[in-house]
Design a protein around this ligand. Structure first.
Ligand SMILES: O=C(O)c1ccccc1N[C@@H]1O[C@H](COP(=O)(O)O)[C@@H](O)[C@H]1O
Length: 210
């Protein structure tokens, strides 16, 4: 199972995630208590292995700004967490993760999009993302997007990530607030989250041996 740890703001948090086995590290370049400057993100990225994919999170940002920051940091993926059109996605110079809030009333908004990964997040609250709110997992089966490209987010924690994986069988899982203590990334929670997500349990063994 691939894991993304999002909202990284310090070298310590990035290193804790990498040492615990994170596959993706996310930086928020949008109005948020977790936002980071492109320069600070670049300093962190400079000290990380290339094998860990770097993701920039944007909300309704201009194409030019996203491509500029992607080159500067540099980023592997651009995560679109607003209402970006397909035209925007097609002009980005990186792989694209498109985030959708999963809401029973607006399921039809989640449709085929020119992206490499679909990120299913909790419903929008006061912020477009990073609210620590799970979506109704039972809605998952009503979606007609490619299963092998789905990353699950929204209110995941070390305690519920195993159940999310067994229930939804996604390509990857993503977390921000669930690995924080008092608003800061917590190395112990990061370690627990990744261990639980990657644990070879009965479900994974059965899947592997099928
Ligand atoms: O984390 C933020 O502050 C944020 C701000 C703007 C857009 C997205 C943001 N975070 C993303 O939200 C999801 C879920 O986070 P959580 O685990 O429920 O806290 C995750 O993809 C973050 O990348």
């Amino acid at each position: 199972m691939r894991v993304k740890i999002c909202g990284i703001q310090s070298m310590d948090a990035a290193q804790a995630a990498v040492e615990a086995g994170a596959d993706f590290i996310g930086f928020v370049f949008a109005g948020s208590k977790r936002s980071i400057t492109p320069e600070a993100a670049a300093t962190i990225v400079n000290n990380l292995p290339q094998s860990v994919k770097k993701v920039g999170v944007f909300v309704n940002e201009s194409i030019e700004t996203m491509n500029t920051i992607a080159s500067l940091v540099p980023l592997d993926y651009i995560q679109l967490h607003g209402e970006e059109s397909t035209t925007v996605a097609k002009q980005l110079q990186r792989q694209v993760i498109k985030a959708y809030p999963v809401d029973a009333q607006q399921l039809s908004r989640i449709k085929t999009y020119p992206c490499d990964v679909y990120l299913l997040d909790g419903p929008v609250k006061e912020r477009p993302g990073g609210n620590g709110v799970t979506f109704d997992w039972s809605l998952f089966n009503r979606l007609s997007i490619p299963r092998d490209k789905i990353m699950i987010a929204g209110g995941l924690t070390p305690a519920n990530v195993g159940e999310a994986i067994r229930t939804l069988r996604p390509y990857a899982v993503d977390v921000s607030s669930g690995v924080e203590t008092k608003g800061r990334k917590d190395p112990e929670k990061i370690k627990q989250f990744i261990a639980n997500a990657k644990r070879k349990d009965e479900f994974h063994d059965n899947l592997h041996n099928a």
